[in-house]
Design a protein around this ligand. Structure first.
Ligand SMILES: Nc1ncnc2c1ncn2[C@@H]1O[C@H](COP(=O)(O)OP(=O)(O)OP(=O)(O)O)[C@@H](O)[C@H]1O
Ligand SMILES: [Mg+2]
Length: 416
């Protein structure tokens, strides 16, 4: 039996709008509940078992070694093995991963125990043996809340990573950002993560500016809305921009953790936070990837770049970045006379190409010179291609009433 303790909304609309799976961590589940859960996850396409942890957090050691912020969507904690430490575990996770839903799992269902679990942050109380249908409903509630939060308060973090320097990450990030802001009317900010010689501002026609992203990160302790706004540049498309340093400067003593904290704050202020990453698996990028709702690996149809794509995809698979969060964008695509065909590319990278941006050097240069991709729709095939992509990402979903009218079930929404 599953008892809903905090919110009995029971909304049947839920899941990721993008079809992303809910990630799940199981903590100290007994053998039988663990088996049931694994079977349940295997049979439920919108779930992913991220980790099974066999120790509780304790007052002495409350370090969360098995995850990083923002954490999994759901933690299921067995309260039967050691109730006091299960409570400590729930409290610490609740404090540090406020976006993670906590499910208490127990054979005991006395109201006082349910209330105790609720007080330490659990939103669901799952009574053993686990009833699949009710667990499914509880998970759907988490999916619905995640979706609402994303839409209402937490912006989507979207990272662009060039498979190889010069593949077009900055070109694509600047186009997509300006078009999300202008054509989709989305509150969008673009962050240039390059620690030196950032080019995003230049691509957007901004040649002089005073402050850059790394200076903001240096002052992370002072970060609030006003402080953020004093660093942000405003582009005519409606896009906000945090540029990178436009020159080489001595390496700054900032902790990479502060980069993550800055992104966490910024995503609470915008609907879309686009990040133009540095090429490679740099420390800065490793702070971005776990937070990214989506990572676009930008490549060109050349063997060295494609080899790097395959390696990056392997890296993501081995580092808990699920396949459905990563897509490959083929830039400088030629439908005719290409030395490598699209199907050969897909064979090498073992993944479908998500988007193809045409090879139009003159148009891209013209857009960079004019400094506003959103103003180039009539003359640039590249801008029009990226507009269609921006629309798939940025078109607002119909509101709840519209959704009810269309009669979509929550399972449909989970599937995207
Ligand atoms: N679709 C395209 N068609 C033709 N030329 C393009 C296209 N996209 C990008 N380019 C050109 O390729 C060059 C490199 O692009 P860009 O600077 O966006 O790559 P990058 O991946 O950001 O590189 P870096 O590693 O320097 O950050 C630029 O001169 C740009 O004009
Ligand atoms: Mg670049």
């Amino acid at each position: 039996m599953t008892t809903n303790t905090k919110e009995n909304g029971g909304s049947s609309s839920g899941g990721g709008a993008t079809g992303e799976r809910l990630s799940l961590v199981a903590i100290c589940l007994d053998t039988e509940a663990g088996l049931e859960l694994r079977q349940f996850v295997r049979e439920t396409p919108f779930l992913r078992l991220q980790a099974e942890v066999n120790t509780y957090l304790t007052e002495e050691d409350a370090s969360l070694t098995w995850t990083r912020p923002p954490g999994p969507d759901i933690c299921m904690i067995d309260f039967d093995r050691d109730r006091p430490n299960a409570i400590v575990t729930a409290e610490r996770i609740h404090e540090r991963l406020p976006h993670t839903a906590l499910f208490a799992v127990s054979s005991h269902s006395q109201p006082s125990l349910i209330i105790e679990a609720m007080r330490c942050g659990c939103s669901e109380y799952v009574v053993k043996p686990i009833d699949r249908e009710q667990l499914l409903e509880a998970m759907a509630r988490v999916g619905a809340r995640r979706r609402e939060k994303r839409e209402q308060s937490l912006g989507q973090v979207v990272a662009f990573l060039a498979a190889k320097g010069g593949s077009g990450a900055t070109t694509i990030a600047t186009h997509l950002a300006a078009l999300l802001a202008k054509s989709c009317s989305r509150r969008t900010i673009l962050i240039d993560l390059h620690p030196s010689c950032g080019e995003d501002a230049l691509f957007l026609g901004v040649t002089k500016y005073q402050y850059h992203f790394y200076e903001l990160v240096e002052s992370i302790d002072r970060l609030d809305s006003d402080f953020l706004q004093s660093y942000v540049l405003h582009h005519p498309s409606g896009l906000d921009l945090l540029p990178g340093p436009d020159f080489s400067e001595p390496i700054r003593r900032i902790s990479t953790e502060s980069i993550g904290q800055a992104i966490d704050f910024i995503r609470s202020k915008y609907e879309f936070v686009l990040i133009d990453c540095t090429p490679g698996l740099t420390d800065q990028n490793l702070e971005v990837f776990p937070r990214a709702d989506h990572i676009y690996v930008v490549t060109v149809p050349e063997v060295p770049a494609l080899r790097n794509v395959a390696r990056l995809l392997d890296f993501f698979t081995h580092h808990e970045v699920s396949q459905d969060r990563v897509d490959v964008v083929l830039n400088r695509h030629q439908s005719k006379n290409s030395a490598i065909t699209d199907s050969q590319i897909e064979k090498v990278i073992r993944k479908k190409i998500f988007w193809k941006v045409p090879n139009q050097y003159q148009q891209v240069i013209q857009t960079i010179n004019a400094g506003d991709p959103s103003a180039q729709l009539s003359s640039s095939e590249v801008a029009r291609s990226i507009l269609s992509w921006a629309k798939t990402l940025g078109t607002k979903p119909p509101d709840e009433r519209e959704r009810k009218k269309s009669g979509k079930t929550f399972l449909g929404l989970f599937g995207g």
